[in-house]
Each structure stands twice: as structure tokens, then as C-alpha cells.
Design a protein around this ligand. Sequence first.
Ligand code: GLU
Length: 301
Amino acid sequence: MDYDLDSLIPKPPLTTRFAPSPTGLLHLGHAYSALLAHHRARQAGGRFLLRIEDIDTTRCRPEHTDAILRDLEWLGLDWDGEVVHQSDRFDLYDEFIHVLEEGGLLYPCFCTRKDIQAEIAAAQSAPHGPPHGPDGPLYPGICTNLDWREVKQRLDAGEPHALRLHMDRAIMMTGPLSFEDEKAGVVAVDGALCGDVVLARKETPTSYHLSVTIDDALQHVTLVTRGEELLPSTHIHRILQALFALPAPKYHHHALIADETGNRLSKRDRSLTIQSLREAGKTPEDVRAMAWAGSPGQDEV
Ligand code: GLU
């Protein structure tokens, strides 16, 4: 008898998440992202998680977190399980940093922003300026191959430093990779376009790239929905997943929502915070309709 073995393998429930950084009030664009993630999960009988990405303790504020939870509840979005706060998980991220350190995949970088800018300016770069990756201009390699004695001396002296990924070594270890995006299709990973990204900052012992990769995997997220401006970062996340042997979720990088004239909404447009819309007398239904109305055709659900 013929068996469809695939159909016998238990599948995890479709799990999405909304992962805002509490650096300010939620905006109509955030509402769209959250509604899309929530809708996809509920439509499939799956799970919708809420994660507060508050690793940057200088810019994130508890009052913004409170406002985010209030706005989401007001919009009628319910989430499954406890809200995860990344600021509670620095020890966890540190364990993963340790794994990369042991593998010789990280190096300390003592550069200030100014050092990097000066180096880039001094190098005769291409006519259209220095190459950029997901985090801005590619790191020009000042600290990539420092003599180990100098590194030791500077570390012993307590000089502040970030930890960067040796991207060339990482690529060598992982081999060719790809990720699947519902809109972009199968995307071949190009680590060289990202450069030696920072994985632990001077003032924060982790980074967006590291934390988001670990949390999506440990929370069993199967579909990552987020704005298309983060698509270039997914190359880094896929490389980290491979280095840590973590599963790769599917992605849906949605276009950013636009106003009636077709202009993309700016996150700085204060009149479009959920709070200001509520105060202007809009109902949750109005705001949900506004968010869907601004969504580009292919993302409407
Ligand atoms: N925390 C990020 C932000 O608010 C989003 C991260 C993600 O969805 O991967 O921009």
C-alpha cells in the first residue's frame, strides 16, 4: 500500500509574532504589521506571539511598552502565552555569543563611529560611495586582523569594544544558503553584502540580529512577517541559524503601507500613531480599516 509519509509527520502550528521595539508610540504601519501577523496565525488556527525587543536600554522605555500593549489590546489583537521581553534574556544571548567565540567567529572591534567614518572617507571609494549593508556602510576592517598581543593588551586595559562576526569564516562554515520568502521567493543568501556585522554592542551585550534569530527559533516561530526594509537583514539571520543549527522559518516581508496619495507612511508622522487616532475619535474598526486600506494589493488578506 502507498503511504504519503509526509502527511504522517506532525507539523508544528503556524506561529507568527509581532516584535516591536518600544522606542516610541505604535504607528499605523506597526498596526498593519501586527494585524497581518495576527490574521495569518488565526486564519490557520495557529499561534500569534508578542515579543518586546527592548535590548537597547538607552532608547527603549517601559512606558512605551505599556502603550504598545494598550494599543494592541484596543485594536482587538490577542496574543498567545506570555509576552517575551528581550531585556530579560541577556544571559541567553550571551550563551550564543560564547558559542561563536569558541568557534573563532567573532573578533573585538574597538572602533568608534568616528574611526569608521574617517577610514571610509580616507579610502578612495567607488563613485557612488562606500558599499552599504543592512546596518549601513560595510565595516572597513580596521580591527579585523589586529595582532593578538595588541588585542589582549586592549582587552586587559578594559577598552570598550563590540564583537563583530568574521563573515568570511562564517560563510565558509555554512556553505551556500537560502531562505524562503512568500513574496520574494527563494532568496540566495549573500553574506558578503552584509560585511562583518556587530553581534554584541559596546553598550549592549547583544544585537538585533542575534536576539531576533535566537528568539524566533526558541519561540518556534514558523512564519516571520515584517516590513520589507528588514529583508536585507534576513541574510544575516539565515547565516546565524545555520551556525547555531537552528531551524529556518518562512518569511513574509511586506511592503510598507502608503497614504491615499501612494506615499509611504513615515514612522515619524505623529498624526498616525494609534494613540492620536484614538484620541481623534477613531474606533478600532476605523484604524484596522485604515491599515488594510494602505496595504499594497498583494498583502491584503
Ligand atoms: N524590533 C524590530 C522593529 O521594531 C522588528 C524586528 C522584526 O520584526 O524582526 O523594527
